[in-house]
Design a binder for this molecule. Structure first.
Ligand code: NI
Length: 178
């Protein structure tokens, strides 16, 4: 079990555009993905992008059955998504609160596409193609933004809805990293 350090907002490595993955099934890739799951689970995260641990590749993981940081969220299948492409399915957007392991202690209201189609491959270079909405759509957009060097505060439009988690959501478990 290897929990890697998660970079925090202000680190320029979080602002890079990630490189496509070109090699699959290597021991390095296997180790990276295992470390990312260990790191995400240790932090109770809903998702994690490789750039958050300083690896500048187009690789994100996400998914959970029940998540302490988002107790009301429906389950999202555990997924490794590589070289993703997102396409919104309509013009409709929803706003909901997000946090980020790279922005500890804060939450903000973020508008996102309500539903979208996404494609990419998994760690075995097998295709992934899904139409999703709700929290699943939000998680994918948040994680894929990390591959573009975008952190959720850059998406906030109403800064009256941005603040400390323990102030805005005092009922959330204070043992959560954020
Ligand atoms: Ni994040």
């Amino acid at each position: 079990m290897t929990v890697r350090e998660i970079l925090k907002m202000g680190d320029p490595r979080l602002l890079r555009v990630a490189e496509p993955v070109t090699e699959f099934g290597t021991p390095e890739m296997e180790q990276l993905i295992a470390d990312m799951f260990d790191t995400m689970h240790a932090a109770n995260g809903a998702g994690l992008a490789a750039p958050q641990i300083g690896v500048n590749l187009q690789l994100v993981i996400y998914g959970f059955k029940q998540n302490a940081r988002y107790p009301d969220a429906p389950q999202v299948p555990e997924t490794v998504l590589i070289n993703p492409v997102l396409t919104p399915l309509s013009d409709q957007q929803d706003a909901a609160f997000e946090g980020c392991l790279s922005v500890p202690g804060l939450r903000g209201l973020v508008p996102r596409w309500s539903s979208l189609h996404y494609e990419g491959v998994d760690q075995f270079n097998e295709p992934i193609s899904r139409d999703v909405d709700g929290f699943h759509a939000r998680v994918v957009q948040h994680e894929v933004d990390h591959l573009l060097g975008i952190l959720y505060p850059m998406r906030i439009t109403d800064f009256t809805q941005f603040g400390y988690t323990d102030v805005m959501f005092p009922d959330l478990d204070p043992n959560d990293d954020d």
